[in-house]
Design a protein around this ligand. Structure first.
Ligand code: PLP
Length: 393
């Protein structure tokens, strides 16, 4: 049996023998229909309604953030988060080279410049110590502002991303941000239900962004949220995402160029039902990860990625690390697809995409090697139940 076949055999031990196994399927087994049809019956399906408020307070309660502001999607949440940190045209914003394109696009929407940072192997996320060493070389602090000596641009913010649900090492990053006076914006799009040292991800930086896209741990169809512990920032987020309209019963007074980024009530209704089920779904996802970890124990050709010790992951998308380069990885992808198992590589590095080529970047050795090694494997929460049943049988 070649290495790829052995990997598929081990995957099948966990996911069973269904002809096709998806990468990540949403689940609607709670009160989704009830809330959505209540929403339709009420007539309040759009930008006003009780479910938006309810979803926001449920999110705040679940994450421990003081405030949550629901928006149309995670990308919009990131865009507004950067605006809340006063990112201006021509500023640089640090972000991992290994991330989904939305992280860098949100920076571009502010007419700012993504500046790409390396990852570390045991979190898959931004490497705070390597970043610290790098910034010590290139930054001059003047009047509390970090200037990139090479580009002569201001470095305004950094966006760590909790990759595939695993927490970034935030304590040392917070120190870097304090030393260099850089705002911390967490891209927590993949990490609802993930904790860093008992604190929910997305609540440690000045602002955090969540996503509820169809492939995320819970979904509102499309949606996102901004988390913050700062009331003034939350109020500003609400204002900016609702066309900057001053509250008034009939007048239309908009006091700046705002955005129509508010989450519709219909989506929030779905979100309330999904959030009710999150603790239970998260438990099943963690159980599924344990099953994969034992199926891959002792495997030399692939390592199942395990959460870092300082945190608890939601195991949103499970990952194997397959060393040996792109050819080996692609052979595993092809073999698993032939067997009906949906697997996929991680994203291409952002600075390799046409619009981000030549953008400022540090040495990206680790991100480059992870990019060739990581394979995402089927991760739907419902797979945990079938794996447990098979073990019992
Ligand atoms: C999904 C995702 C986003 C954006 O979310 P959308 O809701 O699809 O706009 C941003 N960053 C990361 C890392 C993501 O995975």
């Amino acid at each position: 049996m070649d290495a790829a076949q052995d990997i598929v055999r081990r995957l099948r031990l966990v996911v069973g023998d269904a002809a096709q196994v998806a990468l990540h399927e949403p689940e609607f087994q709670g009160r989704e229909k009830e809330y959505v049809s209540d929403c339709v019956q009420s007539g309040w399906v759009s930008s006003v309604g009780k479910y938006v408020d309810r979803f926001e307070s449920m999110l705040a309660e679940y994450t421990g953030a003081k405030r949550a502001v629901a928006v149309v999607n995670g990308t919009a949440a990131l865009h507004i988060s950067l605006k809340l940190c006063d990112v201006q045209p021509g500023d640089e914003v640090l972000c991992p080279a290994l991330s989904f394109v939305a992280t860098a696009n949100a920076i571009s929407y502010c007419q700012a410049i993504p500046h790409f940072v390396d990852s570390e192997r045991y979190t898959l996320g931004l490497d705070p110590r390597k970043l610290d060493g790098y910034l010590r070389k290139i930054v001059t602090l003047r009047n509390g502002v970090a200037w990139n000596r090479l580009s002569r641009r201001r470095i305004r913010a950094v966006i760590p991303m909790h990759t595939l649900g695993h927490p970034v090492d935030l304590d040392p990053l917070v120190e870097v941000c304090e030393r260099f006076k850089i705002a911390l914006v967490e891209d927590a799009a993949e990490s609802l239900g993930t904790y860093y040292k008992q604190r929910h991800t997305g609540t440690i930086g000045r602002v955090g962004a969540l996503s509820f896209n169809g492939n995320k741990i819970i979904t509102t169809g499309g949606g996102g949220a901004i988390l913050t512990n700062d009331d003034a920032l939350a109020d500003r987020a609400k204002h900016l995402t609702t066309t900057a309209k001053r509250a008034h019963r009939w007048e239309y007074v908009h006091d700046e160029v705002g955005f129509n980024y508010r989450m519709p009530n219909l989506n929030a209704a779905l979100g309330c039902a999904q959030l009710e089920r999150l603790p239970e779904m998260r438990a099943r996802k963690r159980a599924l990860a344990l099953q994969f970890a034992s199926a891959f124990a002792g495997c030399n050709d692939a390592k199942f990625f395990i959460e870092p010790q300082f945190g608890e992951s939601n195991y949103w998308l499970n990952a194997l690390l397959v060393p040996g380069g792109k050819v080996v990885r692609d052979h595993v992808l092809a073999t698993s697809h032939e067997s009906g198992l949906m697997t996929r590589p991680v994203w291409d590095l952002l600075p390799d995409l046409p619009m981000y080529q030549g953008h400022p970047q540090m040495d990206l050795t680790v991100a480059r090697s992870l990019q060739k090694e990581v394979i995402n494997i089927p991760s739907s929460a419902r797979l945990a139940a079938s794996a447990a049943e098979r073990q019992a049988a």
